[in-house]
Design a protein around this ligand. Structure first.
Ligand SMILES: Cc1ncc(C[n+]2csc(CCOP(=O)(O)OP(=O)(O)O)c2C)c(N)n1
Ligand code: SF4
Length: 346
């Protein structure tokens, strides 16, 4: 008998939902709810977040604490929830346009910070809600409202972006490859860290029909032609592969930084300079350039910065620069290369 208890996680009172018949979003919502139910995720321990779009309505149909964020901001809200309530399971349900276009910057940086949240992206390769415009994942050549002669640009390959730097979990599946789809959902929910499931889905009304498909099922068959399941554990997926690419944290490469030793200089017995006296060593008329630093007087005449014409205009010559050098990055390290020629009077 089919276990229908997942329906407890849906707001059935709000049904019928707004999605078109045959739209893949329903399959995403149902299978995510089923996996959550199996794992014991409920309204005591789980929050869901969506952005804007047809896909962005998913969180609102879940019987869980749900946040409907401004367009592109689902990940920022999800990360904030996880930060203040690390005990909660946090799941994002949204679309490829919301996550990859206006929310693309957040996708880059949230994945980089690796919070323990799971993202389900209903990737119908189009902007559905607004009428079928080309989005960032629309394949090159696709005819859409905004590209009647065929989309001109290469699509954004989310797999390539999200698997460049470990740790990562990126799965690609489709709403048609049901068993594979369920495995990806479950593994992503169980992954500790940022996980992203790219679910190739259909927008039959505003994309499929323009492409010549009469039914959603015809579109599903097209997914079967375009993609095949890659077996085994993978680091990366090719653009036509369905599977899970995952990698734990890489061992950190330790970079040995050689620290230059600062030589100990004995200053007892060196000439004592009063500030007035120091002023005379300003580089003009063949005189050397001296500066004071923490009680010592350095001869910086050999500095390439103050040769030729510049020597005459050396604005730091003959001064006690202790305060300036303390706030300047690297100032101290540069100074130790020059000879100490005296002591500064207190
Ligand atoms: C700031 C802002 N810009 C643009 C829009 C218009 N808009 C609403 S949904 C959407 C695209 C959503 O695409 P996707 O995430 O792929 O969702 P789908 O409708 O295809 O499921 C756009 C551009 C908006 N609501 N807010
Ligand atoms: S417009 Fe497209 S994406 Fe939106 S509900 Fe209809 S079929 Fe689904």
């Amino acid at each position: 008998m089919i276990d229908r208890s997942y329906k407890e996680l849906l707001k059935l009172g709000r049904f019928p939902h707004t999605w078109c018949p045959g739209c893949g979003i329903g399959a995403v919502l149902k299978n995510v709810a089923m996996a959550m139910k199996e794992l014991g995720w409920n309204n005591q321990n789980t929050s869901v977040v969506s952005g804007i779009g047809c896909s962005g309505r998913m969180a609102g149909y879940m019987n869980l604490d749900a946040v409907h964020t401004p367009h592109g901001r689902a990940l920022t809200a999800a990360e904030a929830i996880k930060t203040v309530r690390p005990d909660l399971n946090v799941v994002v349900l949204s679309g490829d346009g919301d996550l990859g276009a206006i929310g693309g910057n957040h996708l880059l940086h949230t994945s980089r910070r690796n919070p323990d949240i799971t993202v389900f992206c209903n990737d119908n390769e189009i902007y559905g809600l607004t009428g079928g415009q080309a989005g960032p994942t629309t394949p090159k050549g696709t005819k859409t409202v905004t590209s009647p002669r065929g989309e001109h640009y290469q699509p954004l390959r989310l797999n390539r972006i999200l698997t460049t730097q470990a740790p990562y979990f990126y799965a690609r599946t489709t709403v048609y490859h049901l068993n594979h789809f369920k495995t990806c959902i479950r593994e992503a929910l169980l992954w500790k860290g940022f996980s992203f499931v790219d679910i190739i889905s259909d927008c039959i009304e505003l994309n499929g029909r323009r492409l010549g498909f009469k039914t959603a099922h015809q579109m599903f068959k097209w997914f079967e032609e375009r993609f095949h399941i890659a077996e085994g554990v993978r680091d990366h997926l090719k653009d036509d592969e369905l599977g899970i690419a995952k990698k734990e944290v890489e061992a950190e490469v330790k970079v040995e930084v050689e620290v230059e030793q600062i030589p100990e200089v004995q200053i007892e017995g060196l000439k004592l300079f009063a500030l007035e006296e120091l002023k005379q060593f300003d580089g003009t008329e063949g005189r050397p350039i001296y500066i004071g630093y923490k009680g010592k007087v350095y001869d910086i005449s050999a500095s390439p910065l103050f040769q030729g014409e510049k020597r005459m205009r050396c604005h730091i010559a003959g001064k006690d620069l202790t305060r300036d050098i303390e706030i300047a990055p690297h100032g101290e390290e540069l100074l130790f290369k020059f000879p100490v020629v005296g002591r500064l009077k207190e």
